[in-house]
Design a protein around this ligand. Sequence first.
Ligand code: ADP
Ligand code: TRP
Length: 325
Amino acid sequence: MRILTGLKPTDNQLHLGNYFGAIKPMMMLADKFQDAEIFLFLANMHGLTQLHDGNQLKQNSINILKLYAACGVDLKRFIIYNPADIPGHAQLNRVLTCLTHMGFMERMHSYKEALDKGTAKEISVWVFCYPILMAADILLYDADIVPVGKDQKQHVEYARDIAIKFNNKFWETFKIPEPYIKPEVWTILGIDGRKMSKSYNNYIWLLDDEKTILKRVKQIPTSTQTVEEPKNPDECNVYKICKLFLTPEEDKELRKRYEAWGLSFKDAKEYLYEKIIAFLMPIQKKYAEISDQEIIDLLHKNAEKVNELANKKIKDIYKKIWFSL
Ligand code: ADP
Ligand code: TRP
């Protein structure tokens, strides 16, 4: 079985929401399917639709992969690669684009949103074609499972539809991929109580220093309840974030402290701060130990192996559509 997903390197940092919402579920999936091959690639061609600074895109890509490794992703098992090293992505993308109709693409949520906002004329042509770009990434490797956030579900469905259409027209060629949508419970809240996101400035970066983390934790809004009053942990943003770092026993203990009297929000924030530090410091230490060159070397090494697979698939596809004479 093959699990495949892409990382869009539009930023050079990852936040706690990315860890608990993307990295951790990916590691859990890898644990669950011990025999699966796991392909993790840089969606940098997709990143180019938003970020037109090649140097930045390169540095972001390296930083993000270093962060994945620092968080415990085993780069001996996960096959990381750069599609820019694999011509098969562009080749398949070209074939699929020729076979896909405008009407089919116009159903895409993100394009419809751009139409509603009146920005459809300003988006890159490749934003309009984005699902085809993703379909090529997925179908080129006969992926079985594609873990993505809820916002990407429609794109994987496009890949399925494109594969089914191709198979019906030209012969069985592509495996039909299944999206794996991370459970909703894994939506991590930011310090303002909304979903943690780069867009809301409510995040804690995995590489934030202690001073910044303390400042961010202090900014979490709390109710006006006094120390003496028992509190409902489920209504407290400090608790909701803290819960991510607790063992079941610690969680039980903390809930008890909330529900009894005597816990101030200052105490709760101090406890959260300590938990975040204990979690992030080992990640930061590991991150500092990984060099950029190690990641670059690994990407180059893996490119050979991945190219072999991709070339074989492209050969088969070209044969099916009579491109090979
Ligand atoms: P952002 O909203 O900060 O721009 P991205 O869209 O780059 O985050 O998300 C990258 C990955 O991290 C996706 O798989 C997404 O589902 C996951 N993710 C981001 N923020 C959260 C969050 N607050 N809770 C859970 N998962 C998240
Ligand atoms: N679009 C995905 C995102 O924004 C990244 C991505 C590109 C991807 N190609 C993919 C994910 C193929 C899964 C499979 O997060």
